[in-house]
Ligand binder design. Structure first.
Ligand SMILES: Cc1cc2nc3c(=O)[nH]c(=O)nc-3n(C[C@H](O)[C@H](O)[C@H](O)COP(=O)(O)OP(=O)(O)OC[C@H]3O[C@@H](n4cnc5c(N)ncnc54)[C@H](O)[C@@H]3O)c2cc1C
Length: 404
């Protein structure tokens, strides 16, 4: 990680808790009124900056909700609560429709082929990724993303809109650029965020970045007047499939010799270790490829250091630890440890889930039991339609979190 990045986001649980407690006083009115302002790198003082930690659950959504509601009423923190639950909604939405992730990957491969075979497209794509388009705000955000691993939400919306409608680049290449650089890069929030800007997620409804809006919410740092597309015609994509049911939980047998598999999708193992007493722990190395290209080293750097923080703090409970890199490694480790079952946190749609599915398909595979948190099992099944019906459930979700 660059010095700038490591100062901004220390990959430890303590740093996550410190960031949370520093932010809590602002989670009410300040957040509601100022969260849309992007004051530039190092000045994102009106948003929490918790996303890299939430992404790998170095802290959980429940911890965040509880901390905020100890200080504010639900009404006062309503806006912030809604944003935390947007993340949950996107996770649930994709989990109920995993084919949308596959469709994105197929379209990305096609777009990547086009980049390699069409010189004009390649030049435009390279200029965009290098921040050399001549559109000052866009170029600044491209640099900020690459250098810090973070972008403000409003900048993500403007950036995606300019990528798609002004630069006329395929949205999948933009989503891939984000996923390869964002410390919080997430298959659900990222893919569905880009689909939303492109007018695919809410069919026909696009997001158009406007110069006046950018000037206002960057406090006049940028004035891209006459440089941006004046209209945003929705991009097309196959209709999403009907939502499936969530996979039912598989029971694990406490009498069996159990190994615990720790992975980057859930770095709060306390919940699982209350149920399971493992004889050994496998630690899956962070994934580095989410598409055709390797992701920036700071992502694996952040997540490896976060894994190390967890294995140090939970060392006594996890048992002897073995680093693992592949699906084969997982099964070889299970055999070497004479495991009868592997228990692991549920991996939502994404590269870890794909790897676990491959590991489970092997001949003589030791069963891998993925335990889903009650929070996910409670919330995800409600992501069948739009966010607004989901939002109506928030009081019930919050009451459940507070009662747990
Ligand atoms: C095109 C695009 C791509 C995106 N890609 C990602 C991604 O890969 N990973 C990711 O975590 N978020 C993504 N977001 C959502 C959002 O921009 C980030 O979650 C937010 O900027 C993170 O900063 P923060 O923690 O300071 O947010 P805060 O404003 O402090 O919000 C608190 C938490 O709520 C959640 N949240 C806030 N806004 C959103 C939102 N619009 N959608 C979903 N969850 C939200 C995040 O977990 C965040 O940490 C994307 C948005 C867009 C428009």
């Amino acid at each position: 990680m660059s010095p700038q990045m490591s100062q901004m986001f220390l990959p430890t649980h303590t740093a996550a808790l410190e960031r949370l407690s520093a932010f809590v006083p602002q989670a009410g009115r300040d957040y509601a009124t100022r969260r849309n302002y992007d004051f530039g790198p190092g000045n994102h003082t009106h948003v929490s900056g918790l996303s890299p930690y939430l992404r790998c659950r170095l802290i959980t959504e429940s911890e965040v909700v509880n901390a905020v509601l100890q200080r504010h009423s639900i009404a006062a923190a309503e806006k912030f609560m809604q944003e935390v639950f947007w993340r949950t909604y996107w996770k649930g939405w994709l989990e109920l429709r995993p084919a949308v992730w596959t469709q994105y990957q197929v379209a990305l491969d096609q777009a990547w082929n086009d980049v390699q075979t069409q010189a004009g497209l390649r030049a435009r794509w390279e200029n965009a990724c290098r921040g050399e388009t001549g559109i000052d705000c866009f170029d600044a955000w491209a640099h900020e993303l690459v250098e810090t691993g973070y972008l403000h939400n409003h900048a993500r919306m403007w950036f995606a809109s300019i990528w798609i409608f002004t630069l006329e680049l395929p949205w999948e290449l933009g989503a891939d650029f984000f996923l390869r650089h964002l410390l919080d890069g997430d298959p659900a929030s990222n893919t569905l965020g880009w689909r939303w800007v492109a007018g695919i997620q809410t069919q026909g409804k696009t997001y158009l970045a406007r110069s006046s809006n950018i000037s206002k919410f960057t406090e006049n740092r940028f004035h891209p007047k006459w440089q941006l597309a004046g209209e945003a015609i929705p991009r097309s994509a196959p209709l999403p499939p009907e939502p499936r049911s969530l996979p039912p939980g598989t029971a694990y047998d406490p009498a069996r010799r159990t190994g615990f598999l720790l992975h980057e999708e859930d770095l709060s193992p306390g919940f699982f270790l209350n149920m399971v007493d493992p004889v050994a722990c496998g630690v899956l190395k962070p994934q580095t490829k989410f598409g055709p290209l390797e992701s920036a080293p700071h992502i694996a750097g952040f997540r490896s250091a976060a894994l190390e923080d967890v294995t140090t703090r939970w060392g006594d409970r996890l048992g002897p630890q073995t680093p693992l890199t592949s699906d084969e490694d997982i099964q070889n480790w299970a055999k070497a440890q004479n495991l009868e079952q592997i228990v692991t946190p549920y991996a939502p749609v994404g590269p870890v889930a794909t790897l676990l599915a491959q590991a489970s398909r092997k001949d003589d595979a030791t069963p891998i039991i993925q335990l889903m948190r009650p929070y996910d099992r409670m919330t995800w099944p409600h992501a069948t339609r739009g966010f607004f019906p989901f939002k109506k459930k928030l009081p019930t979700f919050i009451a459940d979190i507070q009662a747990a």
